[in-house]
Design a binder for this molecule. Structure first.
Ligand code: NAP
Length: 493
């Protein structure tokens, strides 16, 4: 490994199954690459169905004793895990930045953000209350309790290598579930480090298991979980296409599902908005992580009377963005995750230009200087976008802000909702009556009102329509990992 950290125990290349670090039974490994250079930074286990089945066996045999631990005892271990994550922030941030490419400052923010879910669910573990229902007759007692659903399979994407997996594992453990996890091919190292810290925190063997795999193996590895009746729940963050596959292929064993899927977020700027605040909000929401977040605005609708002024302010801000490797001082936009991602961005921009968009800034790959690598793309603003363009229908997942003109509120709302997706939506307005109308009418699970930064561990995160179902974080988040049980005792008189 070419990586060096203060805590050498964080660098792992093996699976963790039943409390033991072990390579794939097949002995295979695959290379993890630095997206800034394309160089190999580590090799990790390239698992097979045999490994993922072994992980389920371990999680299944650990389930009874973990669920029977009193909630405060589970909470104490999760709290220790949280403290260790914070203690090793710098190592974890360097790992995130190195394998995912985001600027170091953002990576540090991700560690704090991911850790906040761990802390939150340590506290929620002791608050999974039930209910007592007034019985219709005196000789009965009627109660509702909640119990862990069982073995949970967590499958995560590469864009937040720490936060996405932390916000699945923490509520699962808090609820009393055991976990088998598979991180994305591109970013396994941070997930392995997180599991190493959970081991250090004293999590019993088998409670948390992780297997890594290449894209070639993923259908096999996850397929074993989908077919295994011992896995009672799948929690997935990733694309809508894969979410649908998981829903279809888990039907035979009727697993519970939480699906945090793709978005196509609208960002609407009305003529009564504070334009400077709207530009700030868009910069934060659109260009964080190089535009590679599921809540990134994908379509920016600007009312025609303020369109030119807004475009001018936005272009000035975008041109000032500094692009470079994540660990380079002052980088604000890192490399994209891989060649496929850059190809998609390029295809969307070319398609938009061919269909009449105007190029306001950016619009090409970058190379040379600090951006000497295969995966850099210039922060881009396109004008005169329309709904015939590919980027109006499909999330670009890159640093591209297309501006669409609109005349009135009705047109903006209809355009914003004209998508099968419904994760995040944003709008800027100072008209209080409009604010409540829009809050009602936007078909998204998350709504930013004069605000570009939405996510918080205390708030329910999740979508509607083809952006999925289930919620992560908040007091609602634990319920996704618990089954409701009704107890009725009779003949008490
Ligand atoms: P993806 O291709 O769906 O991958 C997500 C995870 O699923 C990865 O671990 C991937 O493994 C795995 N996977 C891929 N094909 C699979 C298959 N056939 N069977 C089982 N698992 C499979 O998504 P992505 O491109 O990495 O991530 C970007 C997407 O995630 C975007 O659509 C984004 O909007 C969405 N996202 C949503 C949220 C949210 O909270 N709603 C948050 C972040 C991202 P490999 O890496 O090995 O392919």
């Amino acid at each position: 490994m070419v990586l060096k950290f203060n805590h050498p125990g964080l660098l792992r290349s093996d699976n963790f199954i039943g409390g033991r670090w072990q390579g794939s039974a097949s002995g295979a490994q695959y290379a993890v690459c630095d997206p800034a250079t394309g160089d190999t930074i580590a090799t990790v286990a390239d698992s097979t169905a045999a490994d993922s089945t072994a992980a389920v066996a371990a999680a299944h045999s650990a389930f009874d004793s973990w669920r029977q631990q009193p909630a405060p005892a589970r909470a104490q271990i999760i709290r220790r895990w949280h403290a260790l994550i914070l203690e090793h922030t710098e190592d974890l941030a360097r790992l995130i930045s190195r394998e995912q490419g985001k600027p170091l400052a953002e990576a540090r923010g991700e560690v704090a953000y991911g850790a906040s879910y761990v802390d939150w669910f340590a506290a929620e573990a002791v608050r999974s209350y039930g209910d007592i229902i007034p019985a219709p007759i005196a000789s009965k007692k009627m109660l509702v309790t909640k119990e862990p659903v069982g073995v949970v399979a967590a499958i995560t994407p590469w864009n937040f290598p720490l936060a996405m997996i932390a916000r699945k594992i923490a509520p699962a453990l808090a609820a009393g579930c055991t976990v088998v996890a598979k991180p994305a091919e591109d970013t396994p190292l941070t997930a392995l480090a997180l599991v190493a810290l959970a081991e250090e925190a004293g999590l019993p063997a088998g409670v948390l298991n992780i297997v890594t795999s290449s894209r070639e193996q993923v259908a096999d590895v996850v397929g074993a979980w989908l077919n295994d009746g011992r896995v009672r729940k799948i929690t997935f963050t990733g694309s809508t296409a894969v979410g649908k596959l998981l829903a279809r292929d888990s039907a035979a064993t009727l697993k519970r599902l939480s699906l945090e899927l793709g978005g196509n977020a609208p960002f609407i700027v009305f003529e009564d908005a504070d334009l400077d605040a709207a530009v700030e909000g868009l910069m934060a929401a659109k260009f964080r992580n190089g535009g590679q977040t599921c809540v990134c605005p994908n379509r920016v609708y600007v009312q025609e009377s303020v369109y030119d002024a807004f475009a001018e302010k936005l272009v000035a801000r975008v041109q000032a963005l500094r692009v470079g490797p994540g660990d380079h001082e002052g980088s604000q936009i890192g490399p994209m995750i891989n060649a496929r991602a850059v190809d998609k961005i390029e295809r969307h921009v070319q398609d938009a230009l061919a269909r009449g968009a105007s190029l306001l800034t950016g619009g090409q790959r970058l190379s040379g200087g600090v951006t000497n690598g295969p995966n850099y793309y210039a922060p881009t603003v396109l004008g005169d976008a329309n709904h015939e363009m590919e980027l109006a229908r499909d999330e670009t997942f890159g640093p591209v802000a297309p501006l669409f003109r609109f005349r009135d509120e009705e047109e903006a709302v209809n355009a914003a909702n004209d998508t099968p997706y419904g994760l995040a939506g944003y709008f800027y307005s100072r008209d209080v009556t409009r604010i409540w109308r829009l809050a009602d009418r936007l078909q998204t699970g998350l709504v930013g009102i004069n605000e570009g930064a939405l996510a918080a561990e205390s708030a329910p995160f999740g979508g509607i329509k083809e952006s999925g179902y289930g919620r992560e974080g908040s007091r609602y988040g634990l319920d996704d990992y618990m089954a409701t049980k009704y107890l009725c005792q009779g003949n008490l008189a």
